[in-house]
Ligand binder design. Structure first.
Ligand code: IPE
Ligand code: IPE
Ligand code: MG
Length: 294
C-alpha cells in the first residue's frame, strides 16, 4: 500500500479542502519541520521516537498537500548545523532518513528534500560556480546576475515557494531557502511538527490567501525591476563594444539595436553552455563521491 496515498480525508476535511481550493492556492509549499525533540520530551518518549514520528508526519502532510492540489513540497530535514548534535542523534537521524526517504522515493511524489543543507552554503556555492565559469572563459563577468544565480542553485528546476511554514514556535529561517523565499508568505506556527494537523495546514493556506494580492504585487514588481536591470546591463555592454570599435556617435541607433540583439543572443548562448558544463561538473563530482563512499 502506498505510504502517502493510504488513508483518505474525512468528510469534514474534504468539505473544508473544497472551500479552501476555491481561493488562490500555493503551488509550492516549503516546511521547516521543527520541534521533534520537544515533542518527545512532552510525551515522555525517546528522542529517536520524536524524530521517527516527525518523518511519519511528513508522509501524512504530503497526503494532505496532494488532496489540496499542492503540486510541489520542499522540506528542511537536516541542516549542516545539525551535524553538531551528538553522534548518537545524528546516526539515528541518518538511519531514519535512509528508511523513510527510500519509502517516499517509491511514491514518485513531488518532494524536494533539503538534507545536510544550509542556504548560505548553497548561495556561496552558486557564487563560486559562477566565478569558475568566468575563470574558464565560459562567462563574461557581465553575465553574472541574480537570474543566473537562480539557475545555479540546487532549486533551479522548481519555482520559488509560495508559502513557507515553520512549526514549533521558532520565528527564524535557520538558513533555509533564504534566496528563494523573499516573496513567499512566511507562516510561523506554534504546533510541534509531529503534532501538525490538517487544520494547521489549512490555517497557513488561509494566511497565504489573505496576503495573496500583496505577495503577487511584490513578486511582479521585482521581476519587472530585474528585466529593467538586465536591459541596462546589455545596453552598457553594447556601449562599451561600440566605444571599443571607435563608434562614439549616438546617432547610429540601427547599429546599436542590431548589436544589442546580437549581444543578448550571445549572452544566452554563453549561459546555456555554462549551465551544461556545470551539469557535467556536478555529475562528475557525484560520481566521484559515490565511488569513494561505495
Ligand atoms: C527538527 O526537530 C528535526 C531536526 C532538526 C532534524 P528538532 O530536533 O530541532 O527538535 P526541537 O526543535 O529541538 O524540539
Ligand atoms: C532547523 O531546525 C533545521 C531543521 C528543521 C532540519 P533546528 O532546530 O536545527 O534549527 P535552530 O537550531 O532552531 O535554528
Ligand atoms: Mg529544532
Amino acid at each position: 500500500m502506498s505510504w502517502i496515498r493510504e488513508g483518505e480525508l474525512t468528510i469534514i476535511e474534504r468539505f473544508c479542502a473544497n472551500i479552501i481550493k476555491a481561493g488562490p492556492m500555493p503551488k509550492h509549499v516549503a516546511f521547516i519541520m521543527d520541534g521533534n525533540r520537544r515533542y518527545a520530551r512532552k510525551c515522555h518518549v525517546e528522542r529517536q521516537q520524536g524524530h521517527s514520528q516527525g518523518f511519519d508526519k511528513l508522509a501524512q502532510t504530503l497526503r494532505w498537500c496532494l488532496n489540496l492540489g499542492i503540486r510541489e513540497v520542499t522540506v528542511y530535514a537536516f541542516s549542516i548545523e545539525n551535524f553538531k548534535r551528538s553522534k548518537e542523534e545524528v546516526d539515528g537521524l541518518m538511519d531514519l532518513a535512509r528508511q523513510k526517504f527510500s519509502r517516499l522515493l517509491e511514491e514518485q511524489c513531488f518532494l524536494n528534500v533539503c538534507f545536510a543543507y544550509t542556504s548560505r552554503h548553497e548561495i556561496s556555492n552558486a557564487v563560486r560556480e559562477m566565478a569558475w565559469g568566468v575563470e574558464q572563459g565560459l562567462l563574461e563577468p557581465s553575465d553574472v546576475s541574480e537570474s543566473l544565480l537562480d539557475k545555479c542553485l540546487y532549486t533551479s528546476n522548481s519555482p520559488d515557494p509560495d508559502l513557507l511554514i515553520r512549526t514549533s514556535g521558532e520565528v527564524r529561517l535557520s538558513d533555509f531557502l533564504l534566496w528563494q523565499t523573499s516573496h513567499s508568505c512566511l507562516v510561523f506556527q506554534s504546533v510541534l511538527w509531529p503534532e501538525y494537523s490538517f487544520w494547521n495546514l489549512c490555517e497557513a493556506i488561509l494566511r497565504f490567501q489573505m496576503n495573496y494580492s500583496a505577495l503577487q504585487k511584490a513578486r511582479d514588481s521585482y521581476m519587472e525591476e530585474r528585466r529593467r536591470q538586465q536591459m541596462e546591463r546589455d545596453q552598457a555592454y553594447v556601449a562599451k563594444k561600440l566605444q571599443q570599435e571607435g563608434v562614439v556617435s549616438h546617432g547610429d541607433s540601427r547599429r546599436r539595436w542590431t548589436l544589442l540583439q546580437k549581444c543578448t543572443a550571445m549572452r544566452e548562448e554563453r549561459i546555456q553552455s555554462f549551465l551544461q558544463a556545470l551539469e557535467h561538473k556536478r555529475a562528475d563530482f557525484f560520481e566521484r563521491l559515490c565511488s569513494v563512499s561505495a
